[in-house]
Design a protein around this ligand. Structure first.
Ligand SMILES: Nc1ncnc2c1ncn2[C@@H]1O[C@H](COP(=O)(O)OP(=O)(O)OP(=O)(O)O)[C@@H](O)[C@H]1O
Length: 316
């Protein structure tokens, strides 16, 4: 049997803005059902590449093949019609519309009669939210009233309300707590099991190892590595590709310091009414020192407010 062409094949993509070549001949191949991670430092060209893929930017040169055929993605709607959805970090939801209205914006269910359409939109939205592990989100609620994590789920529901074959997720875990990240990974696993491809942008290398299949690394607008195995490529190699420097240079070893030298800072009996009880501390060379979250339930008593919080005014 002839091998399947990649779901997506971007070749030699260039894109310049005044004074900067954001993409300089980038290739990206994505297979159906894989999680393809896109890595690169700030300014490497990731956003520009996914905007080209989303139909939001037109490339200056290069070709895009989709399921084996050359395509031109003239607009986000054209990309969406092919089954390419993008969930940007800055979510593009309309805050004063309801969840269901956002999910179906531009492609409302077409059953006759407005009320029936609204009902159909609500029930199909409820089904999508359940599939995404968030049945508690009310499809009738205004999007502006939801948390950042819930808004991201709404954005995913909107992507899934189309016949999607590839979803681009731009730093999807950035605003999520660990439970929400676990739910995100479950969603990604379900999508890929259904044959949907995910292009996943993250700065968190440990995430890429956990859910990624392959990695493409961008640096200064070029793909310096394409389709590396996510699980087995050593972190030092990925960091070296991203930065152009070896790990020893990026994370130089700290100079050895004798434990317990003379304190560089000593504080005794420091307190602030309504903020924290008297405390002593010493900071010594070569030691790390962190300030615990005083509101955490397991914070030592001395870190918690001693009385009702007072207005903060600069100490005189
Ligand atoms: N609309 C624009 N106009 C001018 N320059 C742009 C525009 N969009 C991106 N650039 C420039 O193109 C280069 C690549 O930017 P891009 O946002 O694609 O990088 P990135 O890898 O997504 O970085 P980040 O992680 O910071 O978003 C940068 O030098 C950026 O300043």
């Amino acid at each position: 049997m002839a091998p399947q062409p990649p779901l997506l094949s971007m070749s030699g993509i260039t894109k310049s803005f005044p004074g900067v070549r954001a993409l300089d001949g980038v290739d990206l191949d994505v297979q159906a059902g894989e999680v393809h991670c896109l890595l690169g430092q700030n300014g490497a060209g990731k956003s520009t590449l996914i905007k080209v893929l989303a139909g939001a930017h037109q490339p200056d040169t290069g070709t895009i093949r989709w399921r084996g055929e050359d395509v031109t993605l003239r607009s986000p709607i054209a990309a969406m019609r092919l089954g390419i959805a993008t969930i940007y970090q800055e979510l593009d939801l309309v805050e004063h519309l309801s969840v269901a209205e956002n999910v179906h914006l531009g492609h409302e269910p077409t059953t006759a009669g407005f009320v029936v359409r609204a009902k159909a939109a609500k029930s199909s939205t409820a089904r999508l939210l359940k599939r995404l592990g968030h049945p508690e989100i009310d499809p009738g609620r205004l999007v502006g009233e939801l948390s950042a994590a819930q808004q991201q789920i709404v954005s995913m529901a909107r992507a899934l309300s189309h016949d999607v074959r590839l979803i681009v997720m731009d730093e999807p875990s950035a605003a999520l707590d660990p439970d929400e990240v676990a739910n995100l990974f479950r969603i990604v696993g379900d999508l890929t099991a259904d044959g949907v491809a995910v292009v996943y942008i993250s700065h968190r290398l440990e995430e890429i190892r956990r859910i990624g299949d392959r990695v493409t690394v961008l640096k200064d607008g070029r793909a310096v590595a394409g389709g590396l195995p996510a699980e087995s490529t050593p972190t030092r190699e990925v960091v070296a590709l991203m930065t152009g420097r070896n790990v020893e240079y990026v994370f130089p070893e700290r100079p050895a310091t004798a434990p317990g030298g003379e304190p560089v800072l000593t504080v005794e009996g420091l307190s602030r009414t309504g903020e924290f009880a008297p405390l002593d501390l010493q900071v010594r060379p070569g030691r790390s020192w962190g300030w615990p979250d005083s509101s955490a339930p397991d914070a030592p008593r001395s870190w918690r407010p001693s009385t009702a919080p007072a207005n903060r005014t600069p100490a005189g």
